[in-house]
Design a protein around this ligand. Structure first.
Ligand SMILES: Cc1cc2nc3c(=O)[nH]c(=O)nc-3n(C[C@H](O)[C@H](O)[C@H](O)COP(=O)(O)OP(=O)(O)OC[C@H]3O[C@@H](n4cnc5c(N)ncnc54)[C@H](O)[C@@H]3O)c2cc1C
Length: 510
């Protein structure tokens, strides 16, 4: 059965009948207005689903998967559906059934001794944070800047990154429980054994490393994720470097790579353009780049690391200022700010909050230049559109210079203000995240589309390739992949999802 045929009115009723006939029928909706909201992406595109279902149990999900195989239906799972800038909640093609897992939202276990949490897919960042607080946990969460009500599992499966020492989030996944598109349930890691005392805590298991198959893919629906948490550090401080020199960025990034290789800095380090860090408020500020890193551990160690990092940074980037912000200093600054009225203090507090794993909607407000924006909104409620441009680079200065020159040239050419962050995600690699914010009218969308197309083409042509595409822009990157890689993906998809029921085409798995 073709996917499009499902949205014709006659089969709409058939679909409802099929769902109602399930052993445990899920809640579902075919309300056109709601379908429209789920189909709306922030790049201005739209992809209308056939229905939204809200399963509440594994059994219900399993029968949906079997139903899809029997009747040639396509499912597209969402944790919270807030993949903003990478496709939002839209499926990979029209007429799919969006499987909204937000009602499977239990924090199943927190193990204080071994420092991990076991989660269902619909759990939000705020929920885990509150759970840890209410139970006076000694553990801290790594969070993204996407907001309180975005998911843990969806973001981590997309290999998103956070703001603490555990910033490469997928590398902190310890095990997954997965429903395969053919209906079987498997456990990754030591869960491959019928009995193991280390079931949820040793990701490699034995034999091939399976876990990675379920990230950025459509090879299974993740039912549970076990995630390492960080013991709350005794002491932490923020290192902040500011410079007004545009050319300094490549040196900053290279120096941070060196500090990471030496083990001085462990956290993800973000080097942001002023407009990216402060939004519209940056118009009244001087400066080109602001770098934030977090250093934690026993107080003496964190301070010693700061000293080493500051000295190397100032040696490499003499035209900059490096400051240390601690909890105590921030409180003092906030008090003084009743008179000083510096807008940057609010942003300083935000950095501290993110680095301590406290979810916040403030970055969303900065991105949209809208104080009322919050992460309970869906893409359809956003006052403006945007899409991320992401690209992986080496931390070598020449690569960063080429990358930034492409960005600045393209931003200038299209008349947009450059909003750019460079994140030292590892001791060697850097991820560029750039975006524009544009109005929702067709003319602004077309202008933005031209900008994005040119930027994507130029970046790819120079070897700066994306690390993530969500359900957004996967097809356009296909020609840039090697033919052997695409063939391998196709073989995997055919082997694990012979009925092609799960998000066909996502990340070129079709
Ligand atoms: C202001 C702002 C700041 C942001 N900051 C960050 C940041 O710091 N770091 C970052 O990485 N991103 C960031 N984002 C991007 C994005 O909003 C987040 O990544 C967000 O967490 C993704 O939405 P979600 O958690 O609801 O995941 P979802 O949209 O629910 O899921 C994401 C993807 O995972 C798949 N998926 C979800 N659940 C399952 C499952 N159980 N089984 C199989 N597949 C599944 C979905 O099909 C989808 O493709 C930011 C966005 C904004 C607007």
């Amino acid at each position: 059965m073709s996917q499009e045929s499902l949205i014709t009115p006659s089969t709409r009723e058939q679909l409802a009948e099929l769902l109602l006939a399930q052993p445990c029928p899920p809640a579902f909706s075919q309300d056109p207005e709601l379908l429209n909201r789920y189909g709306q992406d922030l790049d201005g595109s739209h992809c209308q689903p056939a229905a939204i279902v809200w399963p509440e149990s594994e059994q219900c999900l399993k029968s949906l998967v079997l139903l899809a195989n029997q009747h040639g239906l396509c499912l597209h799972p969402l944790a919270q559906g807030k993949n903003w800038g990478y496709g939002s909640a839209k499926g990979t093609a029209e007429g799919q059934i969006i499987v909204d897992l937000s009602r499977m939202n239990q924090v199943l276990e927190v193990n204080e001794q071994l420092a991990y949490v076991r989660l269902q897919p619909g759990v939000t960042q705020q929920q885990v944070f509150e759970h840890l607080e209410q139970n006076h946990s000694g553990l801290q969460l790594d969070i993204t800047a996407a907001g309180k009500h975005t998911s843990m599992v969806g973001n981590i499966l997309e290999r998103g990154f956070g703001h603490t020492d555990y910033c490469d989030r997928f590398s902190n996944v310890l095990s997954l429980k997965v429903l395969l598109p053919t209906g079987e349930v498997i456990h990754t890691g030591m869960g491959c054994y019928q009995h193991s005392v280390a079931k949820d805590i040793y990701p490699y298991g034995i034999g091939p490393f399976i876990q990675g198959l379920f990230s950025q893919s459509n090879l299974g629906i993740v039912l549970e994720m076990t995630l390492a948490l960080q013991p709350k550090p005794d002491y932490s401080l923020q290192l902040i470097l500011m410079t007004k020199y545009q050319q300094a960025a490549s040196k900053m990034v290279a120096c941070v790579a060196e500090l990471k290789q030496q083990g001085i800095i462990q956290s993800g380090v973000h080097t942001a353009s002023m407009s990216r860090a402060f939004g519209a408020a940056s118009k009244n500020m001087q400066g080109a780049w602001v770098l934030t890193a977090s250093l934690s551990g026993p107080k003496a160690l964190a301070k010693a690391k700061f000293k080493v990092a500051k000295s190397l940074l100032l040696k490499r980037i003499p035209q900059s200022r490096v400051i240390m912000v601690t909890e105590g200093r921030l409180v003092l600054l906030q008090r003084l700010n009743k008179w000083l009225k510096l807008t940057a203090i609010k942003d300083l507090a935000l950095v501290m909050q993110l680095k301590k794993g406290i979810p916040t909607d403030q970055p969303l407000q900065t991105l949209l230049d809208d104080d009322k924006a919050n992460s309970q909104m869906s893409a359809a409620d956003f006052p403006a559109n945007f899409r991320w441009i992401c690209a992986v680079s080496s931390a070598e200065p020449s690569a960063i210079e080429t990358l930034l020159s492409i960005c600045h040239h393209t931003f200038d050419q299209h008349g947009y203000e450059p909003r750019v962050t460079l994140t030292n995600i590892s001791p060697r690699a850097v991820i560029l995240i750039a975006n524009i914010r544009f109005d929702k009218d067709p003319e602004s969308c077309a202008k933005a589309q031209a900008f994005y197309q040119q930027m994507d083409e130029k970046l790819l042509a120079n070897g700066f390739c994306p690390y993530r595409s969500g359900s957004g822009q996967f097809q356009q990157y296909r020609p840039a992949l090697t033919a052997e890689h695409v063939q391998l993906l196709q073989r995997l998809k055919q082997a694990l999802d012979p009925g092609g029921i799960l998000s066909p085409g996502k990340y070129n798995l079709d």
